[in-house]
Design a protein around this ligand. Structure first.
Ligand code: PMV
Length: 347
């Protein structure tokens, strides 16, 4: 093979699920389908250098985070390489340098696994395309999402924008458990430039890793009902996105967030991942929405931070509300303004 060395650089954004993925089968197959908004500002930028080795024994790579060696990432990357080597046979032929940075502050409580694994998958696909120039764009992106899924499930929704479905669903054309696909329906204009302001309530280490969290859905008393509900909610959300039905959007999105946390509160062992200030914020949003009719709602990840979602045309009002009434509930008044985005990009 004539390719001896080179490098690529890709950025990939984070994403925020509206219908949540929580629970998985073997090989990172989701127990239920999920749908997310791809974000724009919160992203990982990864440069991948590669150099042909003398012999193809084992994996060989150096890891840098913000320019400094970062050995603590090694087990995760090693495990990822083991999972994907069957699909990327060149992995053992090269020495890699993986140089990564995030646009959001580390230990902000914002998970970088989705953006990080997606950025790495894009880079690896660029190497594959260099070795196999005949592969099509469709194959390139689909396989990138497939690989990202094997790194971190939700990462498969960070390859493309702006609304992505992962998991097989009867009413979503082309949907698959193996990779994320852009939502093919005509999304209503009200969701163009949809805003996500992330309030940093608790920046501490995650109490429950998502790996453990997904495992808690095995033998969970409400698992089957929950998986069925996710299908129903995805059907309803699909209609809301197309019709621009913000009332329905809000009801489904908030209920999904609370259900995710309810699953954790009712598993064995059980966890409460919200903090008192998470509840203060939720109550303040409900009060503000009732008093002003501004269509703002919240969603949550598997942690205490709150994502506030709203259409661009009410940004001024919502940002005023956030600054005046919610920042006191955030750690060091910290928040991040983000919005719906277009997916990964080659630098
Ligand atoms: O991709 P994972 O295994 O870190 O799981 C992410 C799960 C949630 O963020 C809680 C929900 C989701 O669909 O993104």
């Amino acid at each position: 093979n004539p390719v001896t060395n080179g490098s690529f650089e890709w950025s990939a954004p984070s994403n925020i699920a509206l219908v949540k993925y929580w629970g998985k089968k073997a090989n990172q197959i989701p127990a239920n389908p999920s749908i997310s908004f791809t974000l724009s500002n919160c992203k990982t930028i990864t440069k991948l250098g590669f150099e042909k080795k003398e012999s193809a024994d084992g994996f060989s790579f150096d890891l840098l985070f913000e320019g400094q060696p970062k050995e603590s990432f090694r087990p995760k990357i090693e495990k990822f390489f083991e999972r994907v080597v069957a699909y990327l046979p060149f992995l053992k032929d090269y020495h890699f340098t993986i140089d990564t940075q995030n646009t959001f502050p580390h230990s902000s409580g914002i998970a970088s696994s989705a953006s990080g694994m997606a950025a790495l998958a894009m880079n690896l696909m660029s190497v594959e395309r260099l070795l196999n120039p005949q592969i099509t764009d469709a194959y390139f992106y689909q396989k990138a999402s497939f690989l990202a899924r094997l790194g971190s499930g939700s990462a498969c929704r960070s390859v493309k924008g702006s609304v992505v479905v992962w998991g097989s669903h009867a009413e979503i054309e082309g949907s698959s458990d193996l990779f994320g696909v852009p939502f093919t329906g005509q999304v209503h204009d009200i969701f163009k430039d949809y805003q996500d302001t992330i309030l940093l309530v608790d920046k501490g280490e995650k109490q429950v890793s998502s790996t453990l969290g997904h495992d808690l859905m095995h033998n969970h008393p409400y698992a089957e009902r929950r998986f069925a509900q996710a299908h129903d909610n995805l059907s309803a959300l699909k209609a809301a996105l197309v019709e621009g039905n913000l009332d329905a959007f809000i009801k489904i999105t908030e209920s999904e967030a609370l259900t995710l946390h309810a699953m954790m509160m009712t598993s064995q062992p059980y966890f409460i991942l919200m903090k008192p200030n998470t509840l203060e914020i939720i109550n303040a949003i409900w009060k503000f929405r009732q008093e002003t009719s501004v269509p703002v709602c919240f969603t949550l990840d598997a942690g205490a931070n709150v994502h506030i979602l709203y259409p661009e045309n009410v940004s001024v009002k919502v940002l005023d509300f956030i600054k005046n009434e919610l920042l006191g509930y955030c750690q060091n008044s910290q928040y991040i303004c983000d919005k719906i985005g277009a997916g990964s990009e080659l630098a």
